[in-house]
Design a protein around this ligand. Structure first.
Ligand code: CA
Length: 233
């Protein structure tokens, strides 16, 4: 397999060096860009496997870079945010980013996010890009055509909303979905009380899906941001 090509977009030389050194010593190839214009140019001319994108760039907002790339490509984008405000990450995720890292981050965190995204890439052609009607992840099996789900061979008795939620999470396995994205897909709108309802439905879904709802194996909570279905090994 070819070494994955990562586009690193970061204007801060110290962070850029940390990232590129980590990539070099972990068998990745990389390209760098120090601003948004450079990022769009490198992304379109080299078609990288993953983009690591700093949100605070000198020439434009990172969210604009995401919108530009998303207008022509689904390449995975992991956002790097120095700002601790959740609203920036959420805006980036809603614009089409796949995942996020908050500065300061460790080398281990960076490598873990890259691995999650690579696993997503590995299953994309086979399971996500095709119109395959069965989804399998660990002991979970969702039969989209049949409208039912199984855990360890046992049918899960889900309410229509729980089932819809499970389908949405499984079709986006590996990706962080924001509260807004989920509620818009489930209810067609996103009001404050929809996010509260989402928490309730997520809790009841987890009771059925997770062996231990307090340490979930399938659906991860991103506090203040949303949820992600994990690809189980
Ligand atoms: Ca920056």
């Amino acid at each position: 397999m070819n070494k994955p090509l990562i586009l690193v977009v970061e204007d801060d030389p110290s962070v850029r060096n940390l990232v590129t050194t980590t990539l070099k010593t972990n068998d990745y190839r990389f390209l760098v860009a120090a601003n948004g214009e450079g990022a769009i140019l490198e992304a379109s001319s080299h078609n990288p496997d993953i983009v690591l994108l700093d949100l605070g760039l000198p020439d434009m907002d990172g969210v604009q870079v995401i919108r530009n790339i998303r207008s022509w490509s689904n390449m995975p984008i992991i956002v790097i945010s120095a700002r601790s405000e959740d609203s920036d990450k959420i805006e980036a995720l809603d614009a089409g980013a796949d995942d996020y890292l908050t500065k300061p981050f460790s080398v281990e965190e960076l490598l873990a996010r890259l691995r999650v995204t690579q696993r997503r890439l590995a299953i994309m052609p086979a399971k996500l890009m095709s119109d395959k009607s069965i989804f399998e992840n660990g002991k979970l099996r969702v039969d989209y055509a049949g409208g039912c789900a199984y855990l360890d061979g046992q049918e899960l008795h889900l309410t229509p909303i729980e089932y819809k939620l499970l389908c949405l999470m499984s079709r986006n396995v590996g990706k962080v979905l924001t509260h807004t994205y989920i509620t818009q897909n489930i209810w067609g709108r996103s009001w404050d009380n929809d996010v509260a309802s989402l928490r309730v439905f997520m809790a009841t879904l987890r009771k059925k899906l997770e062996a231990d709802p307090d340490s979930p194996q399938y659906i991860q909570t991103h506090i203040g941001v949303g949820y992600r279905m994990i690809k189980v090994e």
